[in-house]
Write a protein that binds this ligand. Structure first.
Ligand code: SAH
Length: 347
């Protein structure tokens, strides 16, 4: 399969070029693109494409097709969590959530993450690899197909660091927002990063209408470096100015994710520093009650402290909300299902 082209990773103009190389008319590209984005798993399903062309495509290209290894449905709120198996035996998690305004999907961008944030279950450098644009798109196509629910919002907040897989993620964004495909506009997409500064600057230049989320989690370098190794490379002194540049270039308000970890990030000192750091910056702070990960010494803040922290930020002029937690009964967060399976498989 290696020498074949992953056809679902191609944009219509790239499909046109491929068809031209094969001596075929360009207009077929649109038909093929539409079929692929409806989630067909073989060229034979493309009923308005001639048998001869289907055979030629088959020879040169392949269509990715993830397998549903596991599926958990929350009895509380209908959240569905999928564990998809990829062609090389690796696996990824995808979470489909119901909101009043539609269905949101949380996508993985890498199989296993290399960043090593201590509170996160997705760290798996040994098995880490970038997902291709087609594989990221497949998470939507096959979750939709299986659930019968139409996805309206996308968050790139599953396993992986999207900006560490920059080119494939950008290509995915172009694919998913294309009018002939799934057609989800940039304004309905959020991309979350732990703070790869040069890539934030690169992304700014594209001036996309998506929402950039920064996993901030601590406003003091010493604390942030302990819980997020990336801070040793790009400290807050570089990250915050990059966020300001991003806002200036794109005009898009940044959302800061802030995990409330008891006695680590939820202290008075942290509140004070966070306020000092973001005062006057047109942004949004999203407080996340820490999800406890098995074996981790880190524990969530108390409800009282969470409220206190939020009120403190609001009182000082920051825009702060608390993230609603969904799928609490199916461990629907941050690499936990994948981790469980990898453990079982290696036993
Ligand atoms: N690598 C990207 C995308 C992952 S997004 C990033 O770091 O932003 C997943 C979000 O959930 C990030 O904000 C991450 O820091 C946060 N997260 C990970 N583990 C968590 C946990 N146990 N509790 C709460 N939030 C967590």
């Amino acid at each position: 399969m290696e020498d074949k082209i992953s056809i679902k990773s191609l944009l219509p103009q790239e499909l046109e070029a491929l068809l031209a190389d094969m001596g075929e008319p360009k207009y077929r590209a649109k038909q093929i693109f539409k079929w692929l984005h409806q989630g067909v798993t073989s060229f034979d399903e493309m009923s308005d494409i001639s048998k001869a062309l289907r055979a030629k495509l088959e020879e040169k290209c392949f269509i990715t097709k993830p397998e549903i290894l596991r599926k958990q449905v929350s009895q509380l709120d209908g959240t569905i969590k999928y564990l998809f198996g990829l062609s090389d035996g690796n696996s990824i998690e995808t979470v489909l959530m119901k909101y009043e305004h539609g269905n949101s999907i949380c996508l993985s961008t890498q199989a296993g993450c290399k960043m090593g944030c201590v509170f996160c279950a997705s760290f798996d450098p040994a098995k880490s690899r970038n997902l291709t644009p087609a594989e990221i798109l497949d998470e939507i196509l096959f979750a939709q197909k299986d659930s019968g629910r139409k996805v309206s919002n996308i968050v790139l907040m599953g396993t992986g660091e999207p900006l560490d897989n920059y080119d494939n993620v950008i290509q995915f964004l172009k694919l998913v927002s294309h009018p002939d495909g799934v057609n989800i506009g940039m304004r309905h997409i959020s991309l979350s990063t732990c703070g790869l500064v040069p890539k934030i600057d690169e992304l700014a230049q594209l001036k996309l209408q998506l929402t950039l989320s920064i996993s901030l989690h601590a406003p003091i370098n010493e604390i942030r470096s302990k819980i997020m190794p990336v801070n040793r490379r790009y400290s807050l002194d570089e990250l915050i100015p990059a966020c300001r540049r991003y806002f200036k270039t794109t005009g898009r308000r940044i959302s800061f994710e802030y995990a409330m970890i008891r006695d680590v990030t939820d202290t008075k000192e942290c509140a004070r520093e966070l306020i000092r750091m973001l005062k006057g910056f047109n942004c949004h702070v999203n407080l996340i009650p820490l999800n406890h990960v098995e074996g981790s010494p880190l524990v969530p803040s108390t409800k009282e402290n969470l409220r206190w922290f939020q009120n403190e930020l609001i009182r000082n002029g920051l825009n702060a909300t608390v993230r609603r937690s969904l799928g609490g009964d199916i461990s629907a967060s941050c690499g936990q299902l994948r981790r469980q399976r990898n453990k079982e498989v290696s036993q």
